[in-house]
Design a protein around this ligand. Structure first.
Ligand code: KG4
Ligand code: ZN
Length: 333
């Protein structure tokens, strides 16, 4: 089954053609990053307008890139939740129109499940496994019981991990988006130059939840109160020290969740799964007998291949969507 996937939940306008869930024939990602850069963050209205302008071309490029014609597509999948509402609606309505005009099945896909499925496409894992979704909008530690079944163990109580990277970078004028820049700077920094807060005391009721606002505030205060240009105060040292704490906060909860659940397989997904320190700390768990899977870099950040991949599982079970489905900015069941 050849599925066209469409993803417009945030600032990437993406379309992909995937055969039988895993064979990626094309995966076009048109990023709007440069156009949001002057605002140091994604402007929702601008994102929707750019998706509207770009989507036709991006979909055509994905079909041509797969060496196909639109008539060769068997079904259309689109992210319809969660994300920026206006941005989601552009992809959703385009997908509905194309599917209706061709008379082929259409399916709305959850962005979070799609991110978790991304590593499955390259490294199939037997269920259940521990899923770690780390992105600009989400930080979720969950048990993945099946392609459509997730039990959330912990989440962030304030900022998402990627958001913390982006806000710190914004505050220090390091550039946008911050994650990849901090990751790069950190490679030449001393991660012990600053002692930033690590995981807070164990939260007994919600032991797997994380919090990033304390760390973010401490890092920002460092500039407001203590930045006086001494040799220790370099962007590289700051980036390395912040990154060590940010990854440490997550790892502490992940380790506890692994210990408590006894799960022996783990998959990470989302933009922050591209982070080199997080990848090396998670990979190190393999020494303890764990199987750890990450998506390749191209499947970490938002992309439509993961959407088309996950859709295959639903369609194989005869679970297409009706044309009456809407978009939702929130995480839904
Ligand atoms: O999954 P994604 O493309 O979009 C959302 O669904 O949010 O994730 C984007 C996030 C941004 O916050 C970005 O700064 C972060 O992923 N990111 C990184 C890295 N590459 C992207 N964070 C840390 N290290 C990286 N190498
Ligand atoms: Zn995402």
């Amino acid at each position: 089954m050849t599925i066209l996937g469409i993803e417009t939940s945030c600032d990437e306008c993406s379309a992909a053609v995937v055969r039988d869930g895993t064979e990626i024939l094309s995966n076009i990602i048109a990023t709007q990053i440069e156009l949001h850069k002057p605002y140091l963050g994604v402007v929702p209205e601008l994102a929707s307008r750019l998706h509207t302008e770009w989507i036709g071309q991006v979909v055509s490029a994905a079909i041509a890139g797969a060496d196909m014609k639109v008539d060769d597509i068997d079904a259309i999948a689109v992210t319809n939740r969660p994300g920026l509402l206006g941005a989601l609606l552009v992809g959703l309505n385009f997908a509905k129109g194309l599917a209706a005009s061709r008379g082929i099945p259409f399916i709305g896909i959850d962005h979070i499940r799609a991110h978790l499925y991304a590593s499955q496409m390259e490294h199939p894992l037997e269920y259940p496994y521990m899923g770690i979704l780390v992105s600009g909008g989400h930080t979720v530690i969950c048990k993945v019981l099946g392609y459509d079944e997730i039990e959330v163990l912990g989440t962030t109580i304030d900022d998402a991990i990627g958001e913390a990277f982006d806000k710190v970078a914004k505050h220090y004028d390091l550039g946008y988006p911050g994650g990849v820049i901090i990751d790069r700077l950190a490679k030449n920094g001393d991660s012990h130059a600053y002692l930033f807060p690590g995981p807070s005391l164990d939260r007994t009721e919600h032991p797997y939840d994380v919090s990033y606002s304390g760390l973010k505030t401490a890092v920002i205060n460092q500039k407001e109160k203590f930045w006086n240009g001494t040799s220790v105060q370099t962007p590289e040292n700051l980036a390395a020290s912040f990154q060590r704490s940010a990854v440490g906060i997550l790892m502490k909860r992940v380790m506890k969740a692994l210990e408590d659940t006894g799960l022996t397989r783990l998959a990470a997904g989302g933009g922050v799964a591209a982070n080199s320190l997080l990848r090396s700390e998670l990979s190190a768990l393999e020494k303890n007998g764990l199987t750890v899977a990450f998506p390749s870099m191209k499947l970490c950040t938002d992309n439509a291949a993961m959407v088309a991949g996950l859709a295959y599982e639903y369609l194989r079970d005869g679970r297409a969507s009706g044309f009456d489905i809407g978009a939702s900015p929130r995480v839904t069941a």
